[in-house]
Design a protein around this ligand. Structure first.
Ligand SMILES: NC(=O)c1ccc[n+]([C@@H]2O[C@H](COP(=O)([O-])OP(=O)(O)OC[C@H]3O[C@@H](n4cnc5c(N)ncnc54)[C@H](O)[C@@H]3O)[C@@H](O)[C@H]2O)c1
Length: 294
């Protein structure tokens, strides 16, 4: 019975593998490597794809067809993931439901399963580097403590930016829900694959990336990661030395009120963010005043 089940499983795997249509890698002078972007049809996928287009041969993968998607495949299926990763030098792994409101079941099926498949497939087909999209929600519960609670509320009275300790990447994972716990779990799984399979996996605890590329509420003055800084951080990860086998880094711009520590990203990756959300402060206040009066 077990043999029949295993055989059926293998046939199903083969069907999924054959169902994925993968175009040949683009070729061109001056391309620094072949990079798969999973979740390329989404917000961050679109930004990263546009930002890397001049330097890399790209293969965008998403389960829904659309702009920026070269391959339609579901990352929950290991056979499909193996197929799309073939021949790549690196993966920027973004595919996930990615919602702070997800249930445990959704997190397991839609966030954790696709990430584990990418780690597993990268080991199997020999993709040496993965840039994994973790999230600030892996440490979101620190925002219940002072002074972070005041900073996210925009209640700065008596506070001096930079005078309080920033949350280090070495602080224990402290998720604010199933989504953050799932990301924390994947960071740990990434470490296992780095240690056991020799992969290099760099995990980015991304802050807030918005389509408007500017703060929409008080918390974003601390947590915003602008599109430009996001692309430069991903580039830093792709170009980091192969000897960097594992790392967790905060993905945040150089915001005046930032409370995540990016020193390790500066040191290990050469990340040098140029934006500060503060420059939109007056414009947000004006917009709020306008909508209050309207
Ligand atoms: N936007 C942010 O501020 C932010 C912050 C922290 C972390 N992140 C993480 O970054 C990643 C990308 O976020 P985003 O804001 O671009 O989300 P998004 O929802 O805009 O994009 C995600 C994309 O992944 C695709 N996808 C989902 N499951 C898939 C699967 N099983 N197979 C193939 N494709 C699948 C979706 O179709 C979608 O196009 C996510 O992992 C998210 O958790 C985002």
């Amino acid at each position: 019975m077990d043999r029949v089940r295993a055989q059926a499983h293998r046939l199903l795997d083969l069907r999924h593998r054959l169902a994925v249509r993968v175009p040949a890698w683009p070729v061109g002078a001056g391309l620094e490597g072949r990079v798969v972007i999973t979740g390329s049809g989404g917000l961050i996928g679109g930004i990263v794809r546009a930002g890397l287009a001049d330097g890399y041969a790209l293969r965008g993968v998403d389960r829904s067809p659309g702009p920026g998607v070269d391959v339609v495949a579901d990352m929950r299926r290991l056979a499909s993931v193996r197929r799309v990763l073939e021949g790549a030098d690196a993966v920027v792994d973004l595919a996930a439901k990615g919602s702070p409101y997800s249930t445990w079941k959704t997190v397991c099926d839609e966030d954790v399963r696709p990430a584990l498949n990418v780690f597993e497939a990268a080991r199997d087909v020999g993709v040496p580097r993965i840039v994994y999209a973790s999230s600030n929600h892996a440490v979101g519960a620190y925002e219940q403590d002072e002074p972070y609670a005041s900073v996210v509320a925009g209640a700065y009275g008596g506070l001096d930016p930079g005078s309080f300790p920033r949350i280090s990447v070495d602080a224990p994972v402290r998720p604010d829900g199933p989504y953050g716990a799932g990301k924390g779990f994947c960071e740990v799984a990434a470490r296992y694959y780095a240690d056991s399979a020799g992969l290099s996996i760099l995990c980015l605890r991304i802050g807030t990336v918005l389509s408007d590329d500017r703060p929409a509420r008080e918390r974003h003055f601390a947590t915003l990661l602008t599109h430009g800084d996001l692309v430069s951080l991903v580039r830093c990860c792709l170009e980091a030395p192969a000897s960097l086998r594992y790392g967790v880094f905060y993905g945040v711009s150089d915001n005046t009120w930032r409370f995540w520590d990016i020193e390790s990203a500066r040191r290990s990756l050469g990340y040098a963010p140029v934006d500060d959300a503060e420059r939109w402060r007056d414009r947000l206040a004006l917009r709020e005043a306008h909508s209050a009066s309207g």
